[in-house]
Design a protein around this ligand. Structure first.
Ligand code: MG
Length: 355
């Protein structure tokens, strides 16, 4: 008995020593917490953010200090029609309102992974039923992925089309709707899908969302674009694209819209007006023997020169950049001669004249 006890004690001691040694070894090797020791004094502190304050029914709140304010009740400068022309939505009593038949509105700026806050109110005067009542929607990826906006207060419709649904995919976990006419909030975490260079899906899009502070999606994985009657598969697209609001024929109102870019967002990117992008398209004389060619693909420009092709993203109305190589293009259309200055890897490049 005594020797059995001694064996067990030895075995326990050996295990304790072994696990302690393993722990010490991991700490020694810096593996317990990659990059930093516990309580490491050299670890950078998180950036300070003034969190603003929440809205009340009568008064919109204030965005956190590091947010990009998309609508504060005073102007629509961040919003355009889908082709980049001025939006026909209007401001009424500090809210932006959908004018039925005017078309979707979208942000001028593009966003990838982000935290979006917005508030909406469906019409106080109840008209229509099911999908015809207070219908709008918040779209990520341009118009690809919709989080439904609907008057779902005592309004029966199909589950995956009710307020807060990831349309035609996931109903909200609960129906947290307020009555029509009252202000409601969405707080959404958007993770865009990832595609490899050949356009193959690497990771699906994900949405976590709160409706009036109540969780309605917990890291839901989208299985493609959202659509009516069909479930189209993913098609490769740029990571950063505008956020859009739907015109579904009802005068739904929005207020206090702000977004915080997450991850490593890089340079600001804009989805300019089709007309402006088209004006840049054409051939440019680089030198006696070479011509560069610029065409448009959706909201981006494609630059072809010396046998190479680059997608160019807009960081301003005149300045574009590639993401695979440090190629930049600056257009100057202010004078009689229209030019693009193309630079590679350093400032100053060659100027090419539009033919
Ligand atoms: Mg909708």
């Amino acid at each position: 008995m005594k020797s059995q006890l001694r064996t067990i004690t030895h075995s326990l001691n050996a295990r304790f020593v072994a696990s302690t040694l393993t722990g010490l070894l991991l700490v020694e090797l810096g593996l317990a917490q990659p990059g930093f020791l516990g309580h490491d004094r050299t670890r950078p502190l998180p950036p300070v953010v003034n969190p603003g304050y929440p809205s009340t029914p009568d008064k919109p709140g204030k965005a956190p200090s590091d947010a990009i304010v998309l609508f504060d009740g005073t102007d629509l400068s961040q919003w355009v029609a889908m082709d980049g022309e001025p939006t026909k939505w209007v401001i009424k009593d500090g809210a932006m309102e959908c004018v039925p038949g005017s078309g979707y509105t979208r942000t001028l700026r593009c966003f990838g992974e982000c935290q979006l806050h917005l508030e909406f109110a469906t019409p106080a005067k109840v008209e229509g039923s099911s999908q015809g009542r207070g219908n709008s929607g918040v779209f990520f990826g341009g118009t690809r992925y919709e989080l439904q906006v609907l008057d779902s207060y005592n309004n029966k419709t199909y589950a995956d089309g009710s307020c807060g649904a990831i349309y035609n995919q996931y109903p909200p976990l609960v129906n947290a709707s307020r009555p029509p006419g009252e202000w409601q909030t969405y707080d959404i975490l958007w993770t865009p899908p990832k595609f490899d260079a050949s356009g193959k899906l690497v990771a699906p899009a994900r949405i976590t969302a709160f409706h009036n502070g109540v969780l309605i999606h917990h890291n839901a994985e989208l299985f493609g674009q959202t659509d009516w009657l069909s479930r189209p598969p993913y098609q490769a697209h740029p990571e950063k694209l505008p956020i859009s609001l739907q015109d579904h024929g009802n005068p739904v109102r929005y207020r206090n819209i702000w977004v915080r870019e997450l991850g490593q967002p890089g340079k600001p990117e804009f989805y300019l007006a089709d007309k402006l992008l088209d004006s840049y398209c054409g051939k440019y004389q680089v030198n006696r023997d070479n011509v560069a060619e610029i065409t448009r693909r959706d909201g981006n420009l494609l630059l072809k020169f010396f046998g190479y092709e680059f997608v160019l993203f807009a960081e301003s109305p005149t300045h574009f950049f590639a993401k695979t190589v440090d190629v930049q293009a600056k257009f100057d259309f202010s004078g009689a001669t229209k030019t693009v200055e193309i630079s590679v890897g350093e400032d100053g490049g060659f100027k090419a004249r539009k033919l």
